[in-house]
Design a protein around this ligand. Structure first.
Ligand code: HEC
Length: 139
Protein backbone atom coordinates (compact mmCIF):
# COMPACT_ATOMS: atom_id res chain seq x y z
CA UNK A 1 0.00 0.00 0.00
CA UNK A 2 1.26 3.44 -0.84
CA UNK A 3 1.63 5.80 2.09
CA UNK A 4 -0.79 8.27 0.44
CA UNK A 5 -3.56 5.69 0.79
CA UNK A 6 -3.14 5.55 4.54
CA UNK A 7 -5.49 8.45 5.44
CA UNK A 8 -8.20 6.88 3.29
CA UNK A 9 -7.76 3.56 5.07
CA UNK A 10 -7.83 5.19 8.50
CA UNK A 11 -11.00 7.06 7.59
CA UNK A 12 -12.60 3.95 6.13
CA UNK A 13 -11.86 2.07 9.37
CA UNK A 14 -13.23 4.92 11.46
CA UNK A 15 -16.38 5.04 9.34
CA UNK A 16 -16.74 1.27 9.48
CA UNK A 17 -16.28 1.27 13.26
CA UNK A 18 -18.84 4.07 13.55
CA UNK A 19 -21.24 2.25 11.27
CA UNK A 20 -20.85 -1.00 13.22
CA UNK A 21 -21.37 0.86 16.50
CA UNK A 22 -24.48 2.57 15.13
CA UNK A 23 -25.74 -0.66 13.60
CA UNK A 24 -25.43 -2.42 16.92
CA UNK A 25 -27.75 0.17 18.45
CA UNK A 26 -30.30 0.87 15.75
CA UNK A 27 -29.23 -1.07 12.64
CA UNK A 28 -28.60 2.00 10.52
CA UNK A 29 -27.82 1.26 6.88
CA UNK A 30 -26.07 4.41 5.63
CA UNK A 31 -26.80 3.82 1.96
CA UNK A 32 -30.45 2.99 2.61
CA UNK A 33 -30.93 6.00 4.84
CA UNK A 34 -29.33 8.28 2.26
CA UNK A 35 -31.37 6.78 -0.58
CA UNK A 36 -34.62 7.21 1.30
CA UNK A 37 -33.87 10.81 2.26
CA UNK A 38 -32.31 12.05 -1.03
CA UNK A 39 -33.35 9.79 -3.88
CA UNK A 40 -36.73 8.26 -3.06
CA UNK A 41 -38.53 11.55 -3.75
CA UNK A 42 -37.97 10.86 -7.47
CA UNK A 43 -36.98 7.20 -7.70
CA UNK A 44 -39.41 5.85 -5.05
CA UNK A 45 -38.31 3.98 -1.93
CA UNK A 46 -38.22 0.74 -3.89
CA UNK A 47 -36.19 2.36 -6.73
CA UNK A 48 -38.78 1.56 -9.38
CA UNK A 49 -39.35 5.19 -10.33
CA UNK A 50 -42.66 6.11 -8.74
CA UNK A 51 -41.53 8.70 -6.20
CA UNK A 52 -43.89 11.59 -5.31
CA UNK A 53 -41.86 14.03 -7.46
CA UNK A 54 -41.75 11.78 -10.56
CA UNK A 55 -44.68 13.56 -12.29
CA UNK A 56 -42.83 16.88 -12.18
CA UNK A 57 -39.87 15.64 -14.22
CA UNK A 58 -39.43 16.04 -17.96
CA UNK A 59 -37.55 12.74 -18.22
CA UNK A 60 -38.88 9.36 -17.33
CA UNK A 61 -37.21 7.63 -14.42
CA UNK A 62 -35.24 4.45 -14.94
CA UNK A 63 -36.10 1.32 -12.95
CA UNK A 64 -33.17 1.19 -10.54
CA UNK A 65 -33.98 -2.42 -9.56
CA UNK A 66 -33.20 -3.68 -13.08
CA UNK A 67 -29.71 -2.22 -13.49
CA UNK A 68 -27.87 -5.53 -13.06
CA UNK A 69 -30.38 -7.50 -15.13
CA UNK A 70 -29.98 -5.03 -18.00
CA UNK A 71 -26.20 -5.51 -17.81
CA UNK A 72 -25.87 -9.29 -18.00
CA UNK A 73 -26.45 -9.78 -14.26
CA UNK A 74 -23.59 -7.52 -13.18
CA UNK A 75 -24.17 -4.16 -11.50
CA UNK A 76 -22.43 -1.55 -13.70
CA UNK A 77 -20.68 0.07 -10.75
CA UNK A 78 -18.32 2.41 -12.63
CA UNK A 79 -21.15 3.81 -14.76
CA UNK A 80 -23.42 4.26 -11.73
CA UNK A 81 -20.63 6.00 -9.86
CA UNK A 82 -20.16 8.45 -12.74
CA UNK A 83 -23.92 9.11 -13.04
CA UNK A 84 -24.38 9.71 -9.31
CA UNK A 85 -21.23 11.79 -8.94
CA UNK A 86 -22.28 13.80 -11.96
CA UNK A 87 -19.03 13.66 -13.89
CA UNK A 88 -21.10 13.32 -17.03
CA UNK A 89 -23.08 16.47 -16.26
CA UNK A 90 -22.76 19.10 -18.93
CA UNK A 91 -23.42 16.65 -21.74
CA UNK A 92 -26.94 17.78 -22.41
CA UNK A 93 -29.84 18.37 -20.05
CA UNK A 94 -30.07 16.37 -16.89
CA UNK A 95 -32.88 16.13 -14.35
CA UNK A 96 -30.81 14.35 -11.76
CA UNK A 97 -28.98 16.53 -9.20
CA UNK A 98 -25.15 16.44 -9.28
CA UNK A 99 -24.50 14.58 -6.01
CA UNK A 100 -20.70 14.80 -6.20
CA UNK A 101 -21.02 18.57 -5.92
CA UNK A 102 -23.60 18.34 -3.16
CA UNK A 103 -21.38 16.07 -1.05
CA UNK A 104 -18.31 18.23 -1.67
CA UNK A 105 -20.19 21.24 -0.29
CA UNK A 106 -21.31 19.14 2.71
CA UNK A 107 -17.73 18.02 3.35
CA UNK A 108 -16.57 21.64 3.32
CA UNK A 109 -19.34 22.73 5.68
CA UNK A 110 -19.26 19.83 8.12
CA UNK A 111 -15.58 18.93 8.28
CA UNK A 112 -13.66 22.09 7.41
CA UNK A 113 -10.77 21.60 9.85
CA UNK A 114 -10.08 17.89 9.54
CA UNK A 115 -6.81 17.03 7.80
CA UNK A 116 -8.11 14.50 5.31
CA UNK A 117 -8.97 14.59 1.67
CA UNK A 118 -12.58 15.71 1.21
CA UNK A 119 -12.78 13.52 -1.87
CA UNK A 120 -12.81 10.52 0.49
CA UNK A 121 -15.99 11.83 2.15
CA UNK A 122 -17.66 12.18 -1.26
CA UNK A 123 -16.49 8.73 -2.39
CA UNK A 124 -17.74 7.06 0.80
CA UNK A 125 -21.20 8.56 0.41
CA UNK A 126 -21.48 7.53 -3.24
CA UNK A 127 -20.23 3.98 -2.54
CA UNK A 128 -22.79 3.61 0.27
CA UNK A 129 -25.52 4.53 -2.23
CA UNK A 130 -24.21 2.02 -4.75
CA UNK A 131 -24.22 -0.64 -2.00
CA UNK A 132 -27.89 0.12 -1.42
CA UNK A 133 -28.65 0.03 -5.16
CA UNK A 134 -26.99 -3.39 -5.22
CA UNK A 135 -29.39 -4.58 -2.51
CA UNK A 136 -32.37 -3.34 -4.56
CA UNK A 137 -31.48 -5.46 -7.62
CA UNK A 138 -33.88 -8.07 -8.89
CA UNK A 139 -31.64 -11.01 -9.81
C1 HEC B 1 -35.04 15.30 -8.91
C2 HEC B 1 -35.26 13.90 -9.14
C3 HEC B 1 -34.14 12.91 -8.86
C4 HEC B 1 -33.49 12.71 -7.67
C5 HEC B 1 -33.73 13.44 -6.35
C6 HEC B 1 -32.55 11.64 -7.90
N1 HEC B 1 -32.62 11.22 -9.21
FE1 HEC B 1 -31.54 9.71 -10.05
N2 HEC B 1 -32.37 10.13 -11.85
C7 HEC B 1 -33.37 11.05 -12.09
C8 HEC B 1 -33.69 11.05 -13.51
C9 HEC B 1 -34.75 11.92 -14.18
C10 HEC B 1 -32.86 10.10 -14.12
C11 HEC B 1 -32.81 9.73 -15.61
C12 HEC B 1 -31.63 10.40 -16.27
C13 HEC B 1 -31.66 11.90 -16.21
O1 HEC B 1 -32.62 12.52 -16.66
O2 HEC B 1 -30.72 12.51 -15.71
C14 HEC B 1 -32.04 9.55 -13.04
C15 HEC B 1 -31.08 8.56 -13.23
C16 HEC B 1 -30.42 7.92 -12.22
C17 HEC B 1 -29.50 6.81 -12.43
C18 HEC B 1 -29.08 6.25 -13.76
C19 HEC B 1 -29.64 4.89 -14.04
C20 HEC B 1 -29.12 4.40 -15.39
O3 HEC B 1 -29.49 3.32 -15.79
O4 HEC B 1 -28.33 5.10 -16.03
C21 HEC B 1 -29.05 6.44 -11.19
C22 HEC B 1 -28.06 5.34 -10.85
C23 HEC B 1 -29.68 7.32 -10.22
N3 HEC B 1 -30.50 8.20 -10.88
C24 HEC B 1 -29.45 7.28 -8.87
C25 HEC B 1 -29.89 8.24 -7.98
C26 HEC B 1 -29.47 8.33 -6.60
C27 HEC B 1 -28.52 7.35 -5.93
C28 HEC B 1 -30.08 9.43 -6.07
C29 HEC B 1 -29.95 9.99 -4.67
C30 HEC B 1 -28.60 10.32 -4.20
C31 HEC B 1 -30.90 10.02 -7.11
N4 HEC B 1 -30.75 9.28 -8.25
C32 HEC B 1 -31.71 11.13 -6.94
C33 HEC B 1 -33.96 11.86 -11.15
C34 HEC B 1 -33.57 11.97 -9.83
Amino acid sequence: MRITQLPALVLACALAAGAIGAAAQSRVDLGKREFESKCAVCHGRDGKGAGPYADQLKRSLPDLTALARANGGVLPVARLYAVIEGAGAGHGPRDMPVWGLDYTVQAQEQLPDLPYNQAVFVRTRILALIDHLNQLQVR
